[in-house]
Design a protein around this ligand. Sequence first.
Ligand SMILES: Cc1cc2nc3c(=O)[nH]c(=O)nc-3n(C[C@H](O)[C@H](O)[C@H](O)COP(=O)(O)OP(=O)(O)OC[C@H]3O[C@@H](n4cnc5c(N)ncnc54)[C@H](O)[C@@H]3O)c2cc1C
Length: 416
Amino acid sequence: MSNVKSAIIVGGGIGGLVTALKLHRVGVSVRVFESVETIKALGVGINLLPHAVRVLTELGLADELEKTGLPTAELIYVNKFGQKIWQEPRGINAGYRWPQYSIHRGRLQMLLLKAVKAQLGEQAVFTGHHLHSFQMFGETVVANFENRKTGKRLGSYSADIMIAADGIHSTVRKFYYPEEGHPKFSGRILWRGITEFTPFLTGSSMIMAGYQDRKFVAYPVCPDTAANGRSLMNWIAELTVGDEMPSRADWNKKIDKEKFASAFAAWDFGWLNVPKLIEETEAVYEFPMVDRDPLPQWTFGRVTLLGDAAHPMYPIGSNGASQAILDADALGQAILEHQNPEAALKAYEDLRLEPTANIVLTNRKNGPEVVMQIVEERSPKPFENLYDVISQQELEDIANKYKKIAGFDRQTLNSK
Ligand SMILES: Cc1cc2nc3c(=O)[nH]c(=O)nc-3n(C[C@H](O)[C@H](O)[C@H](O)COP(=O)(O)OP(=O)(O)OC[C@H]3O[C@@H](n4cnc5c(N)ncnc54)[C@H](O)[C@@H]3O)c2cc1C
């Protein structure tokens, strides 16, 4: 039986909330402290890979997920002319025991928040509490909070352990790595939007078009279609802009789409009209594609990092939220298996640090999307026959290698 009786979780994002549910399951008394005053359904679409859906299913969320997300049927890479490079079934269609979901990030967060409040009680979630500082005294961690807006001190809370799920600008990470500075800019910007639009291909297909310096991603994120047959479509336009980061990495920064739309003006593939999709979207958000170097250590005594605080990565391969969920699962398991709290947090780090570091580094080389770049370099004009440009074997090898690195190759996962 573990000696971890209580935990403070810093951050009520995807990672923090799933960790709260998981630790509650293994008998830990949990309090979640979130910086923002009111948790709103912010963000656009994200994907949950089958291994993360497995964890959420074990936490009793399968029905809610089914109501909120759309099972992704297939993933397709095309070149900038809309010619198919790679197509693979996803989730249940690919033989996994769990679906892959395309889902609105904010709706997922609200679903998790509702579950946390229902299972742990309303009083387990403290909003408007920004972690200001913390100390470790023997067997206790004391966390001090403030109101971010007013700067007013809000008091201190103690627990056996503290989990920092406070995102890419983590206060706790900064405490342990004060020299690290800002996230690392890739030279690429992501513009994200969501709007009702005519479904394309299977109606639950995820497509990625283009190549490293100019890319467009689109997929529907909601199981319901509107009366006019349209579905809620998520999209991301991506361009290489140079080394200078234009703004701080802020998920909610709205911009004028004229900034990038002309780069995609010719991308009407027939089955998907990219310029029209951009044009019909009201709000567009800008986010510089950033990550941070993998860390040598996440756990410091009774404090550890989780999710983006531990391993922010490029949003390639649908891994951001999924890896935070896997962290939560591994942490809960480690607490069950280790009596000593410090040993439990260390065991969690041992399980998760290396695999996530590998994903961070692989994503810097475009992860599985490298096939799009290879095709662009070998054939900048429309091709007559794909296999004159890249062989089926090369395509398969790249896709399978990434699934192993990201921990969702089918055989391994299904045997769990
Ligand atoms: C508002 C928002 C919108 C996003 N939109 C997208 C999107 O559209 N697409 C995408 O791919 N990813 C998006 N992300 C990132 C995505 O959620 C994460 O990459 C992934 O889910 C990992 O989750 P996480 O819990 O580690 O981090 P996050 O989901 O970023 O959660 C971190 C949480 O910690 C809180 N926090 C930060 N500092 C403190 C502090 N000192 N004290 C207390 N709380 C603190 C933040 O307010 C936030 O709620 C978004 C994140 C946020 C916060």
